[in-house]
Design a protein around this ligand. Structure first.
Ligand SMILES: [Zn+2]
Length: 153
């Protein structure tokens, strides 16, 4: 799952970035998001107005989860009448035969998803939940000091 943070105050959607323990803030500055351990999908969110917030609903920020297949799927996902492309395929190539439609590709991706995943439980490639509503997300009272590393090359 790829995760993003959505701020309900300003509407900004913020990626936790590529480095662990490196907070990023939404446009209004109320919320920060960072990976505790990105390789395990452990994400944290901080609310400046209510730093003691510790779980469940009631906050003004949410985590948006994207099924990994969304990012791996080639071509446009919106047009379900056309076939799906594998990532290395040229989407401009003409239809050559025995390929699944994009809709079938999405349905297969969800069918292949373990039952314990939120995507499977709600039958969607995108989920939204409050920090703390899942075992891999939580509110944090303290924001880690931002890393001061050069950009990843
Ligand atoms: Zn904000």
């Amino acid at each position: 799952m790829t995760k993003l943070m959505f701020c309900g105050d300003c509407g900004d959607v913020v990626s936790p970035g590529l480095r662990d323990m490196n907070p990023r803030y939404c446009e209004c500055g109320r919320h920060a998001v960072w990976w505790r351990d990105g390789s395990k999908g452990l994400i944290s969110v901080h609310d400046i107005k209510f730093p003691e917030r510790n779980g469940g609903d009631g906050g003004k920020a949410w985590v948006i989860g994207l099924h990994n297949h969304i990012l791996q799927m080639g071509g446009l996902m919106a047009n379900t009448s056309l076939r799906a492309y594998t990532p290395n395929e040229d989407p401009d190539m003409p239809y050559t035969g025995n390929h699944r439609t994009r809709k079938a590709w999405v349905e297969q991706a969800l069918a292949d998803t373990p039952d314990s995943y939120l995507f499977k439980q709600v039958n969607s490639m995108v989920v939204r939940f409050a920090p703390g509503a899942t075992s891999d997300s939580k509110w944090e009272a303290v924001v880690p000091r931002p890393l001061n590393n050069p950009p990843i090359q």
